[in-house]
Design a protein around this ligand. Structure first.
Ligand code: ASP
Length: 331
């Protein structure tokens, strides 16, 4: 289903926007200890980029039954990795221009442990391999063949990630071979997820097949700690979707967490993150980026360049798809 149609059919709420004054009421806090103590934290809670209701529901199920934020992240984003209809994550993802599906993913826990795989082929669940890199090796990043080899050693099976649908679309694309970054279509359905468990531990994960028809070997922001994802248990976490090169240039997720450390609410920090990107891309309208963030208190926010980006939030308060405000009001 095309993203635009998908968004239309979704039950959008503007709760994120309506909640802004409440979230913004934290803006006078200049110290993280104030963030942590000013009200009872909302936990457990999970948020993820886009309207991935099944992924956030799975993560919530883990959190609600007392599971850790890290388990919730892994199991939550795996729902999208396994969904062959999602053509930007995991199996079924669109290939690079040579027809190979290469996957990027990273995961980060409350103690700043992290693991990441880059441009890995033939393995269905890169988030789980990233977790293994974190837990079983002294390294953070494993790329390409090395990541794939490590996955086999850890018991992962070789699978074909290229579905017939993605293959046919790629063959069609090859006729013109035009590289575009269309706004708000399936090309930007990377899932980034942030969770706080009942113990207050924060974790995050991000997984993608990257830009459709990218050059072989291209890696975006999603598996780069600090760019596509960052978590600091004293402050909160942030994650991104969209044109990864621009997120990397501002180290977007790290920036947002640092802005929250300085006292900004998640909403304000995401807005500032997008504004920093736009300051380097004056008048450029041809790309989309969406950030989401959560602070230690369980307050959340999101902001994007073009209208249409949403994020899922699941807590005791309910399960919502939140439409976020955008830098440009019309695409
Ligand atoms: N951020 C991803 C990348 O640049 C793609 C996306 O979210 O659309 O690889």
């Amino acid at each position: 289903m095309k993203r635009r149609k998908f968004l239309k059919k979704s039950s959008l709420s503007t709760a994120g926007i309506m909640a802004t004054p409440i979230i913004a009421s934290c803006k006078d806090n200049t110290k993280t200890d104030k963030i942590a103590t000013m009200q009872e934290a909302i936990k457990p809670i999970v948020i993820c980029t886009w309207n991935f209701a099944n992924a956030s529901a799975k993560a919530w199920q883990v959190l609600d039954s007392g599971g850790s934020a890290l388990d919730a992240i892994e199991q939550g984003v795996m729902v999208e990795e396994n969904d062959v209809d999602n053509q930007t994550v995991g199996t079924g993802g669109r290939p690079d221009r040579d027809g190979n599906v290469t996957l990027d993913a990273c995961i980060m826990d409350k103690d700043a442990n992290c693991g990441s795989v880059l441009a890995m082929q033939n393995i269905a669940n890169p988030i789980s391999v990233a977790r293994k890199v974190m837990e079983k090796t002294p390294h953070i990043f494993l790329a390409g063949k090395g990541a794939e080899q490590f996955a086999y050693e850890q018991g992962f099976k070789k699978v074909n990630l290229l579905t017939e649908k993605s293959k046919q679309e790629w063959l069609e694309w090859k006729k013109k071979s035009q590289y575009e970054t269309p706004i708000n279509i399936e090309n930007h359905d990377t899932i980034g997820m942030l969770a706080i468990d009942k113990n207050g531990a924060i974790a995050g994960g991000c997984t993608t097949s990257g830009m459709a028809y990218k050059l072989a070997g291209r890696v975006g922001d999603s598996p780069i700690i600090g760019a596509g994802l960052f978590v600091d248990n004293e402050v909160g976490g942030a994650t991104a979707t969209g044109v990864g090169e621009e997120v990397v240039r501002t180290v977007g997720s790290f920036l947002i967490v640092e802005l929250m450390r300085q006292g900004k609410s998640p909403q304000e920090a995401c807005e500032e993150g997008v504004k920093r990107i736009m300051a380097k891309n004056k008048d450029r309208k041809d790309f989309q980026i969406g950030f989401i963030a959560i602070n230690k208190n369980g307050e959340t926010g999101g902001y994007c360049i073009h209208p249409g980006f949403t994020y899922r939030e699941y807590s005791q308060k309910g399960h919502e798809n939140k439409l976020v405000e955008s830098f440009y009001k019309k695409s």
